[in-house]
Design a protein around this ligand. Sequence first.
Ligand code: ADP
Ligand code: MG
Length: 336
Amino acid sequence: MKKFVILLAFLIWIASLTGCGNRPPESQSATIFAMDTVMTITVYGEEAQEALRQATAEINRLETLFSVTRTESDLARINAADGKAVLVSPETAEVLTLAIALWEETDGTFSPGLYALQRAWGFTVGEYRVPEDAEIADLLAQVDVAEIRIDGLTVTAPPGMELDFGAIAKGYAADRLVLILRNLEIESAIISLGGDILALGERPGGAPWRVAVNDPFGHGSLGIIEVRDRAVNTSGNYERRFMSEEGETIHHILDPETGRPARSGLVSVTTVTADGARGDALATALFVMGLPDALAFVDRTPDLEAVFVTDDGRIYATRGLENMFVPEDAGRVSWS
Ligand code: ADP
Ligand code: MG
């Protein structure tokens, strides 16, 4: 039962008054630690306080379903089932269905089935190691996303393959929060779940939300993306990366084809989409693809724009962002 006590979550309620008109719009913010990251939600409107209460409860509920480390979670039970059928919640079935569709759409560069490999590299406990080639090959041979069966709320995954929603859960959580906020008739909010941001509506007063893109090489931002009703998701390998003794860069985004940390020449990918779950997963997929394939993917995919940073410090932005992306240093940016 202790597991249900929200040990990791702490709440800071900040009631802030902004503006100085007749009826200044009031905002409420909550900061939550969940899904291994610091989350901040800022909501405008009369029901802001109630919205934050429901949002916090929802994030904690989703974490208990998707956490790979809590033994009673849906994913942990699938991963321990050794090929047997497992009854899951509707949300888990929904995310898994979406994840499999994204795996197909991205030609396997997004893969929800890599958890055993992540463990082999030590990402799950934060103690990095370089597995033997044979160990990687053995584990990869057991990953077969096409063999996952979803029948209503029953999930069957091939033995040996383990699931992980690390590249989609936060984006999905943001989508769920938007549903909660809309239900309470909130029209303006900014949801920031680590590198996964969702801007609801626009800022009070009619200006777009301004989302900063982190500079992987510095401490500031490399620019601002101005958005209304959009998800802005960043996937990068610059936060926790190590060099192995063999000179291999070790970081937490794996190339599903090699079972090794993706070496695509990119250090960061930011997507702009309408949908948080999709944007989250696609940021990871584009990172694995590398710049040429990623640009082609964005080009043929409706409602997807992106900003890329390469390991030599160049910034590439797609044309659809011309009126939204305001770079700090326009000279570093190529438009594609
Ligand atoms: P972050 O978690 O830092 O926001 P991402 O959204 O890119 O970054 O997600 C990375 C996480 O996704 C990893 O920690 C791991 O759990 C999982 N993951 C790693 N490689 C892949 C991949 N190729 N496809 C899907 N998930 C992945
Ligand atoms: Mg992602």
